[in-house]
Design a protein around this ligand. Structure first.
Ligand code: SAM
Length: 200
């Protein structure tokens, strides 16, 4: 990913949601996007220009738009009608975003629209976050990467964030993934962790 004087940017044409521009590049704010936060905390995070990305929990397309500045194609799944409207506006201006209005707990419904992904990025803030990711493993290439943004409070409010984090890593490992990195996203996002896994 590219930075200008230490600020993460992406190289899309024009702003999408009122973000700052530096030298014609779009500033990718770590407080607005967990993927940007991950880059600030771990500079080895990367997105290649030929990557096929399956994005679960696209919301209004803020992060999707930055990912699309880097990747070849982004399949963006969202199930809430209001953010979907914004996502459609973002997708209309790009050639490489495929918006999918669907529930990510039921991937069989949109499987025919997908191709094998190099990266699955998930940010759904639901109780069964590991389960949703695991359901999508058949769409991830061998050697592909799953980046799961875990909102611990959405999983189980009675358990400590640390316990939820550890349990989620264990569940992903049991599903056959190799957990390469796991880190908290503080100070950018409270009670959120990033778990980066490889499909062997
Ligand atoms: N990734 C977005 C970004 O950085 O701009 C923010 C995502 S927001 C935290 C979580 C989104 O996931 C919400 O828009 C919500 O509607 C969506 N979501 C939650 N559960 C979902 C599901 N089962 N299927 C599809 N989308 C889901």
């Amino acid at each position: 990913m590219i930075s200008v004087d230490g600020t993460l940017v992406s190289a899309g044409e024009g702003g999408v949601y009122g973000e700052r521009m530096i030298g014609g590049h779009r500033v990718w704010d770590p407080y607005r996007s967990k993927l940007s936060a991950l880059w600030y905390l771990d500079k080895s995070t990367d997105l290649s220009s030929d990557a096929v990305v399956l994005y679960l929990g696209a919301a209004n397309g803020t992060t999707v738009s930055h990912v699309a500045d880097y990747a070849e194609v982004v399949y963006a799944v969202e199930f809430a009608p209001r953010p979907m409207q914004d996502l459609l506006m973002v997708a209309r201006k790009r050639k490489n975003i495929v918006p999918i209005f669907a529930d990510a707990t039921q991937p069989q419904r949109y499987a025919p629209l997908l191709e094998a992904a190099d990266i699955i990025y998930q940010d759904v803030a639901q109780p069964n976050q590991a389960g949703i990711a695991i359901k999508h493993l058949p769409f991830l290439k061998r050697g592909g990467v799953l980046i799961l943004m875990l909102k611990t409070r959405s999983v189980d409010i009675r358990k400590s964030p640390e316990e939820v984090f550890a349990n989620t890593c264990e569940e992903l490992s049991r599903a056959g993934l190799l957990v390469r990195k796991s880190l908290w996203l503080s100070p950018y996002h409270a009670d959120h962790a990033a778990i980066v896994c490889e499909r062997l």
